[in-house]
Design a protein around this ligand. Structure first.
Ligand code: GLP
Length: 228
């Protein structure tokens, strides 16, 4: 469904600006976008993309870097123009300038039409950990012990010691500025975070709950994540 929504946005506006996420959750969506490209003529030739986040200190071609993830999962398998894909540079010497440039590029293309998100088991979105401010913008953040553990369970990093302690991330306000938000949640491990985000108060202790009140925000969850 997420891929269908993204495809619809691109067909409505071939120069669509799409926000993307990494992690296990969106990989099937990217597989379906590749299929739509190969079998149903969906073209990304005019599309611009912005990724949520990147580890600090990992070169773009590092095995666990998010630039490489996007190249392998999506960008190298469709007809998107490389210069239209924007992933924060984890090796930037001036991280402040890198974050400011990212915000500037989003503004320069008129904002994001649709931003695809995942959710962390602690309610984080992108790398906005609990406590992130609702008005936060792209910046350097410290990763929580929980996020470091979640990303070193063997799916990505093999050992917590390998996981960078900091990351560059789009802020809550950066994400909320997207005209449409589609958040994906799969598996029972996301159930508590999802319930809190949707049914709890809008609070910085659950960053995904700060999406409440957005005019066009859709949460797509499987049965395990929703608990129904
Ligand atoms: C990671 C990413 C997030 C992602 C989340 C969930 O740390 N920075 O953007 O949405 O955690 O990841 P997964 O889909 O692998 O559960």
């Amino acid at each position: 469904m997420a891929a269908t929504l993204i495809a619809r946005a691109i067909r409505a506006r071939p120069e669509a600006v799409i926000g993307l996420a990494t992690g296990s959750t969106p990989t099937r969506c990217y597989g379906e976008l590749v299929r739509l490209h190969r079998e149903e003529g969906l073209s990304f030739a005019g599309v611009r993309t912005f990724n949520l986040d990147e580890y600090l200190g990992l070169p773009g071609d590092h095995g666990q870097g998010y630039r490489r993830f996007m190249q392998e999962q999506l960008f190298e398998r469709i007809d998107i123009r490389p210069w239209n894909t924007h992933v924060l540079d984890g090796m930037a010497r001036d991280t402040g300038a890198e974050c400011a440039a990212f915000e500037h590029r989003i503004a320069a293309v008129g904002g994001v039409d649709l931003w695809l998100l995942g959710i962390g088991a602690n309610g984080h979105i992108a790398f906005n950990e609990p406590g992130s401010a609702a008005d936060s913008r792209t910046r350097v953040v410290d990763l929580s012990a929980e996020t470091i553990a979640a990303n070193s369970d063997g799916r990505f990093f093999k050992d917590p010691a390998e996981v960078p302690r900091q990351a560059l991330t789009a802020g809550i306000a950066t994400i909320r500025a997207a005209r449409r938000i589609v958040l994906l949640a799969t598996g029972a491990g996301k159930r508590a975070a999802l319930r809190t985000a949707v049914e709890g108060p809008s609070t910085e202790s659950c960053p995904a709950s700060l999406l409440q009140g957005h005019p066009d925000c859709l949460f797509l969850a499987d049965r395990e994540a929703w608990g129904a």
